[in-house]
Design a protein around this ligand. Structure first.
Ligand SMILES: [Cu+2]
Length: 370
């Protein structure tokens, strides 16, 4: 990776030039010398072909406005949905969640790039559900989409609660009910064929099951790694953590020096065989799948296939701004990168002055990826 800053700068310039011209993403691979317009897509049932007059829209590192976008990554980061709590006759905790699937809205995934997202509760990724080992989880699932969808959870449950063979029709409802076991971090996703279509459009999220004896107090966050194939050629054009490319470059995640940080990390990336997470200037303890209280590894990088996940624990010794990103250069340069801003306890630095584009580009120019 000899000149990442040059590539990012070029990407920004191309993006600025093409913004406002291209409304649907094109592909460099499908040049058409006889026409100014090109067509993409069409292999997805129910979706027509799209025309574009631009030759390419690279991922842009300009800021995305969360108001227009498919998710607010800063809100999503530390938002855990514990459900509506009640108690069964035997005294155990019951957690009711309502999840609504949709597949017809178009939302911004990067500045100027609107994409037909399929969502659980209107965001990509879907909400992070959370329970404690032994709780009864009840998912009141409503399909408001135009096609069949389901919810398939990883974990232990009866066959009829697996969300694979019984598709829920448009307008239909189903209640998934199972005991939360074992403790760990689990993906959930729609399991209707063709699976790659339902996953790549956004139907996934995370379920955290806490051990009965809680883990140590920490600043907890969830990170879901994903991508978007906006020209329907089964290759991703954008890569993100928590739904929006480059978001945490513009909006550093503020954490405190010496504070224990715990990240629930899930890889839901479609089409690419692997993905990974690299932390700068630090190492983390990694708990694969989160099902053991003893760490499997002490490292600065973890690589995952689709559906793999784990828990990262670390703390920073020195204040400052640190990158984290996929150590797969293509993914990082197409949006999967972010920053932590480590501050002294009770002495937070004003993050806004560091979150403008100048700051980001200076950061990249001075250091880039490593
Ligand atoms: Cu689906």
């Amino acid at each position: 990776m000899s000149h990442p800053q040059a590539i990012v700068l070029a990407g920004v310039l191309i993006s600025i030039l093409t913004l406002g011209v291209v409304t649907v993403v094109g592909s460099q691979k499908e040049e058409n010398s006889t026409s100014n317009t090109k067509q993409f897509g069409g292999h997805t049932p129910g979706y027509g072909t799209y025309e574009t007059t631009g030759s390419v829209l690279d991922p842009t590192s300009l800021p995305t406005d969360p108001k227009n976008s498919v998710v607010d990554p800063m809100k999503f980061l530390r938002e855990f949905n514990y459900g509506r709590v009640s108690h069964s006759t035997n005294g155990s905790t019951v957690r009711d969640f309502t999840i609504i699937a949709s597949d017809q809205s178009t939302k911004e995934i990067s500045p100027g790039v609107n994409y037909n997202v399929w969502t659980f509760n209107n965001t990509v990724p879907g909400p992070t559900l959370r329970a404690t080992e032994g709780d009864l989880i009840r998912i009141n699932f409503i399909n408001n989409g135009s096609g069949f969808h389901t919810m398939h959870f990883h974990g232990i449950h009866p066959a009829e609660m697996d969300g694979v063979f019984e598709g829920i029709a448009p307008g239909g409802k189903f209640t998934y009910e199972f005991v939360a076991e074992p403790f760990g971090v689990f993906p959930y996703h729609c399991h209707i064929q063709p699976l790659e279509e339902h996953i790549s459009h956004g139907l996934y999220g995370a379920l955290i099951i806490d051990p009965k004896k809680p883990r140590a107090n920490a600043d907890e966050m969830v990170m879901i790694m994903n991508g978007y194939d906006t020209d329907f050629d089964t290759e991703n054009n954008f890569y993100t953590v928590n739904g929006i490319p480059y978001y945490y470059m513009h909006h550093p995640i503020q954490i405190e020096k010496d504070k224990l940080i715990r990240i629930y990390l899930v890889n839901m990336l479609e089409f690419d065989p692997l993905n990974n997470f690299h932390l700068h200037a630090n190492l983390f303890h990694f708990y694969k799948t989160g099902t053991n209280l003893v760490p499997d590894e002490y490292t600065d990088i973890v690589t995952m296939n689709q559906g793999e996940r784990g828990i990262l624990e670390f703390s920073y010794t020195y204040p400052g701004k640190y990158m984290f990103h996929a150590h797969k250069t293509e993914f990082a340069e197409k949006g999967w990168m972010g920053t932590f801003l480590v501050t002294e306890h009770n002495n937070p630095v004003n993050a806004s002055r560091l979150s403008n584009i100048t700051g980001v580009m200076t950061n990249l120019t001075n250091g880039g990826l490593s």
